[in-house]
Design a protein around this ligand. Structure first.
Ligand code: SF4
Ligand code: SF4
Length: 361
């Protein structure tokens, strides 16, 4: 079995990283009140863990973080991002949020915003949830065409309630050919609606979103869309993207050509997904299970999964990605690479990111 020392040396880059920001994206339920066109779900209804089971797995994760700190001489800054489906539909939602906070984790929540009441808004604040992310697709008619009739109005109402209760609310936009032409307007809407910031990510053509493959942006369109969005960021309202490809726009000198992951795609590196049935995945949008909490601890899965180790190893990456000087801080979006190659009949988690504008240029 691989030792945690190797985990640190391979994924935490030795002394280069003093504080290890690690997140768990926890899908409490697959149930949802909306039916978004680009959803990565395939409308299946897997079983859900009980709130008691989730809390006991949170305790296990907290022990893993403590062990990393004491055995590896680093500081771990853990966070849990609860989502769904729609997480507010999960029975025991507030119990698990409270438990995660008491276990020492920062907590964020990703929601469609439509079900948030004034009482919920106060609870989020009182529990110290540091960020509530509400999905926004663009102007009202476009948002409704993607997420369902009336969803724009309901999401903004929920946002207003959250902001009024002094919560930090961020918008997240899933970029495709449908909404890329409306970036200016979308940022303006988010600012006026009381969001604290807005983030942009890419459509991954998997699950129901597989039917939207024709709406996936070309490499040049992705570069232009992120360039446009990030140019609108200002001191009073941040426009951000966690997409590794957006990170390459900063034009930082590429890091030394080392074999260690330093930043970029979090899959196998700085985050992990837990699905509603306990399945552990490198990223929800990749959708490949690397173990299940019902049979193995998160600590064991993180340290021993062959897929997670391959994600940390430059040698696994095919084509341009493996040879690229941005690899330590990028690696592309593995979910897009996987979904794209699968749609072409050759599923490959380590294929080149088809939306990378650095390839072939
Ligand atoms: S080739 Fe891969 S690692 Fe390099 S910039 Fe493109 S997606 Fe990132
Ligand atoms: S696979 Fe894509 S969506 Fe998932 S963590 Fe990596 S960059 Fe983000």
């Amino acid at each position: 079995m691989l030792q945690l020392k190797e985990v640190k040396e391979s994924i935490i880059a030795g002394s280069a990283i003093q504080t290890f920001d690690f997140f768990i994206q926890w899908h409490l339920t697959e149930r949802c009140n909306l039916r978004c066109r680009h959803c990565y779900q395939a409308r299946k209804r897997p079983p859900e863990m009980t709130a008691g089971d989730v809390m006991s797995e949170i305790d296990g994760a907290a022990r893993m973080f403590e062990a990393w700190e004491s055995e590896q001489d680093i500081r771990v800054a853990p966070s849990i991002h609860f989502t769904g489906g729609e997480p507010l539909l999960y029975r025991g939602f507030w119990d698990v949020v409270r438990h995660a906070r008491l276990s020492g984790c920062r907590v964020a929540v990703m929601t469609n915003g439509c079900l948030v009441t004034d009482e919920d808004a106060g609870r989020f604040r009182d529990l110290g949830v540091f960020d509530i992310q509400v999905s926004l697709e663009g102007p009202p008619a476009l948002h409704d065409s993607i997420r369902g009739e009336g969803s724009f109005r309901a999401a903004l109402k929920g946002t207003e309630r959250l902001a009024r209760a002094a919560n930090r609310v961020s918008a997240n936009v899933t970029l495709s050919r449908l909404n890329a032409p409306f970036i200016d307007e979308t940022v303006r809407i988010a600012r006026d609606a009381g969001f604290s910031s807005i983030g942009f990510s890419r459509l991954v053509p998997c699950g129901s979103g597989g039917a939207m493959i024709e709406s996936v942006l070309s490499p040049g369109e992705v570069r232009d869309a992120y360039g446009k969005a990030l140019s609108l960021s200002g001191p009073d309202f941040a426009v951000v993207s966690g997409d590794p490809l957006a990170g390459t726009l900063r034009n930082d000198a590429p890091p030394a050509d080392c074999g260690l992951t330093l930043s970029g795609c979090s899959a196998g590196f700085s985050g992990v997904t837990v699905a509603s049935d306990g399945a552990v995945m490198p990223c929800r949008r990749i959708g490949i299970s690397v173990g299940n909490l019902k049979r193995k601890s998160l600590r064991d899965i993180w340290a021993t999964s062959r897929t997670l180790w391959r994600l940390r190893d430059r040698e696994s990456y095919k084509g341009q990605c493996g040879r690229c000087s941005f690899w330590p801080s990028c690696r592309g979006c593995r979910a897009v690479a996987y979904a794209w190659s699968r749609a072409r009949g050759r599923a490959d988690l380590f294929a080149d990111d088809p939306q990378c504008w650095h390839i072939g240029g």
